[in-house]
Write a protein that binds this ligand. Structure first.
Ligand code: GDP
Ligand code: K
Ligand code: MG
Length: 269
């Protein structure tokens, strides 16, 4: 059975897209142990593909029930592919989650939603450039207006067949060397495709990952030392180092891919 999961910020249009993709063909329940709604259905155009609507989250931290459900699903149940539902009118905030989704190692297609109101806001997103810079397929859609959903489906099916890995976002060199050192300490002890994700979570001192991954005391000490050294270099807490690295990365993408037509006409006058 093939499973695709819809992941995105709250109100990015996941459920609207889910309804488009599955029609009336759905099952609604709860995730085990929490009162978070679980929606599952079959893809209208191919009943062998299950579509899973995941709880909306802003990040893959281990704090809210929604975050716990979404991250557990992506890391432990590993869908064949995830569709990152991105609200194009709030692209910066939404890409923050997209980077984390990429790091889980799950194959990803980005559905840039709400393109219908993007025009009204006087903004344009260069989709080809966005796809090139992130190294993942990107499709501009409007779930509400039913625009380009067939294109999204064909990109999803194409990606499912290709099973290609994409290069993960790379941050500041000094951060990268810390992460590489952590990776060498955990390789073989975590699922191979999500090594990067675990390295980042160790670096952030994510409590769940420190509890769940069984490391001997020496490795734990080594990793703690790597983190402390990085914190001295950056003069900042390790979790803030990651937050800043992600926002810097996103700022470069926005600069290259988003055109604010209002700004442009003002600067021309
Ligand atoms: P979810 O929280 O991610 O499941 O988001 P919903 O599917 O519930 O959508 C949140 C709101 O955005 C609803 O009012 C939708 O009607 C609206 N919405 C969803 N997709 C689009 C779209 O493509 N364009 C516009 N204009 N509104 C949309
Ligand atoms: K909602
Ligand atoms: Mg929803």
């Amino acid at each position: 059975m093939t499973v695709i999961a819809l992941a995105g910020n709250p109100n990015s249009g996941k459920t609207t897209l889910f309804n488009r993709l599955t029609g009336s063909n759905q099952y609604v329940g709860n995730w085990p142990g929490v009162t978070v709604e679980r929606k599952e259905g079959k893809l209208k155009s191919d009943k062998t593909i299950t579509v899973q609507d995941l709880p909306g989250v802003y990040s893959l931290s281990p704090y809210t029930s929604e975050e716990v459900v979404t991250r557990k699903y992506l890391l432990d149940e590993t869908p064949d592919l995830a569709v990152a539902t991105v609200d194009a009118t709030n692209i910066e905030r939404n890409l923050y989650l997209t980077l984390q989704l990429m790091e889980t190692g799950v194959p990803l297609v980005l559905a840039l939603n709400m393109t219908d109101i993007l025009k009204k806001n006087g903004r344009k997103v260069n989709i080809k450039k966005l796809s090139y810079m992130l190294s993942i397929p990107v499709v501009g859609i409007s779930a509400l207006k039913n625009a380009n959903i067939d294109k999204l489906e064909s990109e999803v099916k194409h990606a499912l067949n290709k099973k290609e890995k994409y290069p993960l976002p790379e941050y500041d060199e000094r951060l990268e060397s810390a992460l590489k050192m952590i990776e060498s300490n955990i390789v073989g002890l975590v699922p191979e495709d999500s090594t990067r994700w675990y390295a980042i979570k160790f670096f952030e001192r994510d409590e769940r990952v420190w509890d769940e991954v069984k490391l001997d005391a020496t490795r734990k000490k080594d990793i703690e030392h790597i983190i402390e050294t990085a914190e001295k270099v950056f003069e900042d807490n390790s979790d803030s180092v990651i937050v800043n690295a992600r926002y810097e990365y996103i700022a470069r993408i926005i600069e290259m891919c988003v055109i604010d037509e209002k700004d442009f006409s003002m600067s021309m006058s």
